[in-house]
Every structure is written in C-alpha cells, then in structure tokens.
Design a protein around this ligand. Structure first.
Ligand SMILES: Nc1ncnc2c1ncn2[C@@H]1O[C@H](COP(=O)(O)OP(=O)(O)O)[C@@H](O)[C@H]1O
Ligand SMILES: [Mg+2]
Length: 414
C-alpha cells in the first residue's frame, strides 16, 4: 500500500544514519489514518536518533503536530518564521493569517452548519437499503475458488431534499462504488436503490479531477450542452440562457462560453463542472472528492459556492470525501464507511464530537488539528480487513445501536 511504500522509503533513508532528514509532503497522498502512522514513525525516529528534520507541508494541522519552529513561505519568500506557538497563536504576516483563517481546520464538530433541520416529514429523495456490491475477484489468492471483492456490504441510508450527507472513510472503503450504484453506473448485487426525482435525470455527478472530466477539445458551450443533448434536448435560446445564468452563478465570466478547459485554473474548471451538473435541474448532486484536488484556499471558496447553490436550488448533496475538515463545513449528516460497510451514521455534530465506533474514533483521532500541538502520534498497526472473500461467504447480520437522536452505530464483534 501507499503507506507501506512510504515506510520503506523512510527506512532506506534512516539506514544512512542522517543528521538531517528533509521530508517533502511525505504524507500528502495518504489517508489520514495512514498519515498518522507515518507521523508516529517520524516522531519516534527523531526521538531515538536525535536527527533534525525539515518537514515541508501545506497542512497547518500537521505542522502543529510535529514542529518546534515554523517558516511560512509565499511565492519563494520566507514571509514569517518563529516558534510554533508564536506563529500559530500570534501570526504577524497577512499570508500566515490568511492560511490560518481562510482554510478549513478540523474542530471536532464545532464548525458544522447551523441550517440543518432535518425534514423527516418529507419523503426521502434517495433511499438505499441493504446495498451489496461484489466484483468477481481477479487472479490471485482465490483464483480457482472464484472469490469476490465485497466492495459494498449491506449499506443503508437515505437522503432528504436540501440536505448534505457526507460519506467519509479511507480509500478503498467503498465510497465511490456506492455513489456509482446510485447513478446507475454500477449494478447492485443485492439491495434496493430508489431515487424519487422530478426530471429525467434527477441525479448528477461532479468528480474529483475537473480536467479529466472535461473533454479538452470541446469549448465551454459544448461542454455545458452535453448533458442536455444526452437527455435528448435541443440546443436553443432557452438552453443558452441557462448556460449564461449558471456560468454567472458559479462565478465565471459570460465570455467563458467560447473558451476551452485548459484556459481555466483548477478551481474555475471545478466551477464549470458544477455548472454543468446543474444544467438539467437535478434534485441530487453526487460530489465524489470534488474539492480534494483544489488548492486549500480555492477549496474554501468552492465549498461556499456549493452551500449557496444548495440553498438556492434546494439541492440534496451526497458529498464523498476523505477530508474531515472539509466534511465538517458542508455536511448536515455524516456516514462513515469502513471496509465496505457503513459503521456509523447520523447528525454531523454528533458524529464528529462524539464518535462511537472504534473506526470513527481512530479516523477522527488521526485528523491533524491546530489545537493539538506536538501531538503524541502513536504507532498503531490495526489492519483494515480484506475485502476479498472466498466463494459463498456471507457476512454475519448487522446489528445497530442508537447513540442519540439521528445517530446510530454498528455493533462491533468483541
Ligand atoms: N470495477 C471493479 N472491479 C473490481 N473491483 C473494484 C471495482 N471497482 C471498485 N473495486 C474495488 O472495490 C473497493 C472499493 O472501491 P471504491 O468504491 O473505489 O473505494 P473508495 O471510493 O472508498 O476509495 C476497492 O477494493 C476497489 O479496488
Ligand atoms: Mg473513491
């Protein structure tokens, strides 16, 4: 896995017995729980070997966890440096202040949205019941016995109009597969998915990589017309008017219509993808890691836009992310997935402030936060259970426990 590769890299470097270790974004591509393991390893090695470390990162939460001294760089210039507490508690330079204020930091549920009255009287717009998705196993361990990858295993949830349900969990936990099933892109092995929308295409999707999901040879007008044409609509004046309105609404200039994707920044391209998803007036938008590839301050502005659009159009969001700080800003409710199973679901503040399942606790404990200084990262080698199961395997029935109003937790085997 990525975490193991990174540990091997560190072992190779340490074998040379260095006095100084330079770690350049060593955990950026990793899940937070794996990141916490790498951080634990680095902290342990530093204590044992007395080596010095230059730790390069864009994540202030990580800085708070590991650094003694901090240097802030902007466009090639060191704009501020000093002791950790000094820089974080009394930033002097405007850019440091910006980094500390504009960027979402994880605060254990203190920053969740206040507009989340769940309207349980209205029927759910998406209902998922006992969803099971299995893929035939490729060559390998169970080749002859034909086992299966249990990617999604008995997942249950519903989504109400106007609300955001965030799905969190590490990579490979089944988040995207669940989303693809709702969009009808992956067939369910078992279970029921019901979508009750007004129009023909009630569910639209925004993906992580805004460049890969936009055909580079099409101009913006064609890109925006694509979903409408696919739904059998004609490109007429009314449709063009909607394009212009939506472009303006997501903060892009009207003359963007004649331009091509490469002429936009990453954040602008993601705004374009959002506008495109809204062309057919959907009821539900599935956002799969939609802000994960964006620069942190751009990310904050796109989140604000999404919240505004949700209120204006009454959209329901299924917001998939591995980033707890981002999820805290946008979710009304949170579903936690672990190894293909839903382990905890409920009100966002409740799940973040009082996580109940052991995995949710580990996940939240691993999130870097600026209020956790010089964190005592501990090496914990808990292995994620394999999704590869032999033929005929059926998981034991799931039992749940209520942990409050709108908060339930899967019972764990002892
Ligand atoms: N088409 C497929 N064929 C076989 N295995 C798949 C397929 N799609 C996903 N998987 C497997 O299902 C598991 C869950 O994947 P995914 O839903 O993409 O996780 P996440 O989005 O949480 O990172 C992974 O082990 C992945 O390798
Ligand atoms: Mg995914």
């Amino acid at each position: 896995s990525g975490g193991m590769r990174q540990r091997v890299m560190i072992a190779m470097v340490i074998a040379a017995n260095p006095r100084l270790l330079i770690a350049d974004e060593p955990t950026t591509a990793l899940d937070v729980t794996v990141q916490a393991q790498i951080m634990a390893l680095l902290a342990e090695l530093r204590a044992e070997t007395q080596m010095s470390m230059i730790f390069i990162t864009h994540d202030i939460g990580l800085v708070a966890g590991i650094a003694d001294k901090v240097m802030v760089m902007q466009s090639g210039v060191a704009v501020e440096q000093g002791a950790l507490d000094q820089v974080i508690d009394h930033p002097q330079h405007a850019y440091t202040k910006h980094l500390l204020s504009a960027v979402p930091h994880f605060t254990h549920g203190a920053a969740v949205r206040g507009d989340g009255q769940r309207v349980t009287a209205k029927p759910a717009i998406v209902e998922v019941e006992d969803l099971v998705i299995r893929f035939p196993a490729a060559r390998g361990l169970f080749a002859r016995s034909a086992g299966a990858v249990h990617a999604v295993d008995g997942v249950d949830f519903d989504l109400r109009p106007g609300e955001t349900l965030a799905i969190v969990g590490e990579s490979g936990s089944g988040k995207s597969t669940t989303a693809r099933a709702i969009l009808g892109l992956t067939p369910a092995t078992r279970g029921r998915i019901e979508v009750r929308g007004q129009g023909h295409r009630p569910v639209q999707m925004v993906f992580q990589d805004p460049f890969a999901s936009l055909n580079p040879r099409l101009d913006v007008e064609s890109l925006l017309a694509e979903p409408a044409i696919a739904a059998g609509q004609r490109v007429n004046a009314k449709l063009r008017e909607r394009m212009v309105t939506l472009l303006k609404r997501v903060g892009l200039p009207e003359d963007a219509l004649t331009r091509y994707p490469h002429q936009f920044s990453g954040g602008q391209r993601q705004r374009l993808c959002i506008a495109r998803a809204l062309m057919l007036n959907p009821d539900v938008v599935v956002l799969d890691e939609a802000v994960s590839a964006l620069d942190v301050s751009v990310q904050a502005r796109v989140l604000e836009l999404l919240i505004d659009l949700q209120r204006e159009f009454g959209l329901a969001y299924l917001f998939i992310s591995h980033d707890m700080a981002v999820v805290e800003r946008i979710a009304h409710r949170i579903a936690v997935m672990y190894a293909g199973q839903l382990v905890e679901i409920g009100d966002a503040r409740s799940v973040l402030a009082e996580p109940q399942h052991s995995y949710t606790r580990r996940l939240i404990a691993a999130v870097p936060a600026i209020d956790r200084r010089r964190q005592d990262f501990k090496v914990d080698n808990t292995q994620v259970p394999s999704l590869l199961k032999p033929r005929g395997y059926e998981p034991p029935p799931t039992r749940w426990r209520e942990a409050g109003t709108d908060h339930r937790v899967r019972l764990e085997e002892q």
